[in-house]
Design a protein around this ligand. Structure first.
Ligand code: SF4
Length: 357
């Protein structure tokens, strides 16, 4: 089985997907792509949240034309999501797109596939083959009866074969299903069959709460096996939430080097402060920090500092006052109403120190 670092490195704008242990975070715009101002505004919010690659739907000529202007106003690579229409793919490529998501077997006649591949080759643009359990080719549904992991991998190999025949190898593959065990099986089988980078996703995962749990279950199982080079969490929510969930997931596996981690206790009867509001405030404060620091917020000083020994900085609540500690060692006592402000100052100092080194 291919570990993610054994996969083929594929360039997407200024990023490389595959060939390393890094997992790139991506999301998709919810705006009409032709509405440049709204799309750029959403992409900037995604970028601020830590999104590294963003996809837009290219379903009309106006959407394809908007790519040129959107590209001028954003800093992260842009992906065009295209179904069937090869002319829109060509227009997106012409307008400076960095990657195209299209299934070559769905474009139609051979000369159309050749035209798209030729345009991608000339500009060094990769293609993502997006297999989806809900839209498998008819010949596979006839063969397997219903969507299965085997059918999904066979679909991926079918599309890969078309591109390889045209001497095109800058390929990224996704095998999305909303059924978690099926997605895990499909990605695991794919990692055994080919070494193209894998774009992970549990499609139509659901709302912010349910979709987060479902995505964490499926994507977590794969990331733990060394599978996956880029991830998109699909939620029926603001796409910024998708990025936040993806970052949290990658943090759990030590797969993100520029994010702050929060450790907080579940609280118990020893609690004497309003920990939940403190922890929410601290979480919001560190959300966009691009430094690998660990911050701890604990309810009391009895077990707290010892339990959070690996934290770079933290606070432990008490009655009327709290403790500030570093790496499990108490630094000083702070009045309760100043605890969060003091912690924020220490966090800023740690980030500044990290940025200097
Ligand atoms: Fe309870 Fe203190 Fe542990 Fe939090 S840190 S769970 S308040 S003992």
């Amino acid at each position: 089985m291919y570990h993610r670092k054994d996969t083929r490195p594929v360039k997407v704008g200024n990023l490389t997907i595959g060939g390393a242990d890094e997992v790139i975070i991506q999301s998709m715009c919810t705006t009409k792509t032709a509405d440049v101002a709204a799309t750029v505004a959403e992409i900037r919010r995604l970028e601020e949240a830590g999104c590294q690659l963003v996809r837009v739907t290219v379903n009309t000529e106006e959407a394809a034309a908007a790519i040129k202007e959107i590209k001028k106003q954003i800093n992260i690579p842009l992906v065009a999501d295209i179904h069937f229409n090869y002319r829109l793919a060509l227009a997106a490529i012409e307008n400076g797109i960095d990657k195209v998501r299209i299934n070559p077997g769905n474009i139609g006649k051979r000369d159309r596939v050749e035209a798209v591949v030729k345009a991608c080759k000339e500009r060094g643009i990769p293609i993502r083959i997006g297999v989806n359990a809900g839209s498998l080719e008819n010949h596979l549904l006839e063969k397997y009866g219903y969507p299965t992991a085997e059918a999904m991998v066979e679909s991926a190999l079918y599309h890969i074969g078309i591109l390889e025949e045209l001497d095109f190898y800058d390929i990224i593959v996704s095998l999305k299903a909303s059924d978690v065990p099926m997605a895990i099986e499909a990605y695991t089988m794919a990692a055994e069959k080919f070494n193209y980078p894998l774009h992970l996703g549990i499609t139509e995962a659901g709302t912010l709460f349910a979709g987060t749990v479902k995505s964490a279950a499926g994507l977590g199982a794969l990331l733990a096996r060394g599978i996956g080079n880029t991830i998109r969490v699909s939620l029926s929510a603001d796409p910024v939430e998708e990025v936040k969930v993806a970052r949290e997931l990658l943090k759990s596996f030590g797969l993100i080097s520029n994010a702050a981690t929060l450790i907080s206790c579940p609280t118990c009867g020893r609690l004497d402060i309003d920990l939940f509001s403190i922890v929410n405030e601290v979480e919001e404060y560190i959300a966009n920090i691009k430094a690998p620091i660990k911050v701890s917020v604990l309810g009391c000083a009895v077990n707290g500092p010892g339990e959070a020994r690996e934290a770079d900085i933290g606070i432990a609540g008490g009655r009327g006052e709290g403790l500030l500690f570093r790496h499990g060692e108490i630094v000083r006592k702070v009045p309760e109403d100043q605890l969060v402000d003091e912690l924020k100052k220490e966090i800023d100092a740690l980030v500044a120190e990290y940025e200097r080194t």
